[in-house]
Design a protein around this ligand. Structure first.
Ligand SMILES: *[C@@H]1O[C@H](CO)[C@@H](O)[C@H](O)[C@H]1NC(C)=O
Ligand SMILES: *[C@@H]1O[C@H](CO)[C@@H](O)[C@H](O)[C@H]1NC(C)=O
Ligand SMILES: *[C@@H]1O[C@H](CO)[C@@H](O)[C@H](O)[C@H]1NC(C)=O
Length: 234
């Protein structure tokens, strides 16, 4: 018993300092997440009327909900709102700011640990800037990856992205059922270093984005050997 309690105390101290480190340490990767509205609305109660890749979020690889007292205030991004509505729409509630508020609290307040992103205006405008710079929707179209009733192979889609950007994306699908003949393309992540240069999404991966990610949403990394359905608007 004598040996045990200091050991437990040490363990507790080690765990709590690990927690402090992980919640205060600077992130090392930013994940620009795009989603495909038609696939999102397979899982969620919405009727897609958008046929381009929209922003889901800009996620640092460390931390979620880093400052709950830093409230979202849409008047600080007033000038960005027309672009926000087009590029980062709330697919569930089209005229609400709820999605941006959620993303700010969950991810923006953590991204804001970097001086380059330490205000709502800096965070949202950088996300929009990166989204336009990456221009994923145009690149896929340009290389003939378009929504279609025919299936793609996973490597066709991954190949176009890797060849163009020269980094590894993370591509996620919805898997309708174990025996389905195809998986549905849903989400594409493009990753950045803290200086906003492109980075392989599998680099660093301290927390990866298990914390930042969306386990509950039904997306998971696409299977390499299953055909991919890239659904057109119904
Ligand atoms: C999609 O529908 C929503 C809600 O009905 C509307 O506000 C929005 O402008 C539409 N978007 C497009 C691209 O048609
Ligand atoms: C949290 O945000 C508030 C409001 O912007 C700010 O005053 C405070 O310094 C922040 N706290 C931390 C720990 O960054
Ligand atoms: C939101 O931001 C605006 C513009 O900076 C400011 O005038 C206003 O007081 C803020 N509202 C809240 C509730 O903090």
């Amino acid at each position: 018993m004598r040996l045990c309690s200091p050991l437990l105390l040490c363990l507790a101290a080690a765990l709590s300092s690990a927690f402090v480190i992980s919640s205060t340490q600077m992130w090392t990767k930013l994940i620009l997440t795009h989603h495909w509205p038609s696939t999102f609305c397979v899982m969620e109660p919405c009727h897609p009327n958008i046929s381009y890749w929209t922003l889901h979020g800009l996620w640092p690889d460390k931390g979620v909900e880093c400052n709950s007292s830093w409230h979202f205030n849409s008047s600080q991004i007033e000038d960005l709102l027309p672009d926000m509505e087009k590029s980062w729409p709330d697919l569930l509630h089209p005229s609400s700011t709820g999605f941006w508020k959620y993303e700010w609290h969950k991810h923006g307040t953590c991204a804001a640990k970097a001086a380059s992103l330490d205000s709502q205006h800096k965070y949202f405008s950088k996300a929009l800037e990166l989204y336009h710079k990456v221009d994923l929707d145009s690149i896929l179209k340009k290389f003939d990856i378009t929504p279609s009733d025919k299936y793609y192979t996973f490597s066709q889609i991954e190949g176009v992205i890797e060849n163009f950007y020269r980094v590894k994306p993370k591509i996620q699908c919805v898997h309708p059922s174990k025996n389905a003949d195809a998986q549905i393309l849903g989400q594409i992540e493009i990753c950045f270093n803290p200086d906003f240069t492109l980075l392989d999404c599998d680099k660093h991966g301290y927390w990866d984005n298990r914390m930042a990610g969306d386990k509950a949403s039904g997306f998971s990394v696409c299977d390499h050997d299953t055909p991919v359905y890239y659904p057109p608007l119904q």
